[in-house]
Design a protein around this ligand. Structure first.
Ligand code: F1P
Length: 345
């Protein structure tokens, strides 16, 4: 198995990227808390994986305030769909900080709402998004050489969780994130073993990822990893949407992954059973107490942590899965077909 690809090292480096972003967050905590205390409407934006981060962030912020998430291009191309409320905060999310659409969307909203505060989340200090931000959040060690986003995604996700805690009025959330790098390391090891085991089932050709609420952004990111690295047929859905069409596509060459929510839910158990009866293989990712009784071909148990400090632990399994699928298909996971690290138009 070639280990010379940079993607595999970057996936394994995420505990360090998480530890480092937590440091930056602690340093900026007061300023960020201040912004949150004076804000009640948020607009999150990004492209690709960064847009999926925006979706998860949106689900977290909507708990206490009004929040919207848009792919960056939608903000300036179809601006009539953007609510005319004067947003208090824009959160542009971008690993490179240079994606044309995200830079353009940020400038567009700043012009439209002069009082808006920009809290950019990026992995690149020398970048337009960092410059355009009133308070930039930097994932210093999250940047990658690889085209696909892995540790950048998990570390910026931690930043979003942290920000949402500050926004819910939690003055110093750093305690809640204690030992997250340790948990990340543990989950990485289990995830890599499980991804190899799943990949050894050579019949898997189609991949479906299901996630509700804040998990939908994760399901979408999972879809992108399989698509980008393994160039494979891959879809993301809200779980019960599965019955409204996608169900017709699945067969015994399909792996359906369910990101199991942190609340007990019979709807998910029934859905999983139905999927299994249709012949698909299933993977369930969730906390021990939530996935415990679920019948599934594969299960990844996530350590129990304070709510919304654990989302980054759900993602390494799908990063490894994309990686090992690509390797076994003879593809180069570092340089997916037709893609570039940054899209500049
Ligand atoms: C986001 C992004 C990636 C995608 C591709 C092109 O870039 O869309 O998610 O994998 O490589 O760029 P960024 O704005 O986060 O730098």
């Amino acid at each position: 198995m070639p280990e010379s690809y940079v993607t595999i090292s970057e996936i394994r480096e995420q505990p360090n990227a998480i530890e480092t972003v937590l440091k930056d967050l602690r340093e900026k905590e007061e300023e960020l808390f201040d912004v949150c205390s004076n804000s009640s409407s948020f607009c999150l934006t990004g492209c690709g994986s960064s847009y999926y981060l925006a979706l998860t962030g949106n689900a977290l912020l909507n708990k206490n305030d009004l929040s919207f998430a848009f792919p960056s291009s939608e903000i300036f191309i179809s601006s009539d769909q953007i609510p005319s409320i004067p947003f208090d905060v824009i959160l542009p999310i971008s690993r490179s900080g240079e994606t044309t659409e995200t830079v353009k969307a940020t400038k567009f909203l700043k012009e439209k709402v002069p009082k808006i505060k920009a809290v950019g989340i990026t992995c690149t200090k020398e970048s337009s998004i960092y410059e355009l931000s009133n308070i930039p959040i930097l994932s210093r060690n999250g940047g990658e050489e690889s085209v696909v986003m892995t540790k950048s995604f998990s570390s910026m996700l931690v930043a979003i969780e942290y920000f949402s805690k500050l926004n819910s009025g939690k003055h110093s959330p750093s305690k809640d994130f204690r030992k997250l790098p340790r948990d990340s390391k543990r989950v990485l090891e289990k995830s890599e073993d499980l991804a190899k085991e799943i990949e050894s089932n050579k019949n898997l050709k189609k991949f479906v990822f299901l996630g509700t609420g804040k998990y939908y952004g994760l399901a979408s990111e999972a879809m992108l990893k399989t698509e980008e690295m393994a160039l494979s047929w891959s879809k993301a859905y809200h779980p019960l949407e599965f019955r409204h069409g996608p169900k017709s596509i699945i067969d015994d060459n399909t792996l359906v992954t369910l990101f199991c929510p942190t609340w007990k839910d019979e709807e998910h158990e029934e859905l999983l059973e139905e999927i299994r009866l249709l012949g698909a293989k299933t993977l369930v990712v969730g906390r021990k107490k939530d996935v415990g009784k679920m019948e599934s071909d594969y299960t990844l148990k996530i350590p129990s942590r304070k709510e919304n400090t654990e989302l980054s632990l759900y993602i390494p399994i799908v990063q490894f899965l994309g990686y090992y699928l690509a390797i076994n298909l003879g593809l180069n996971p570092d340089n997916p077909k037709n893609l570039t690290q940054v899209v500049k138009i």
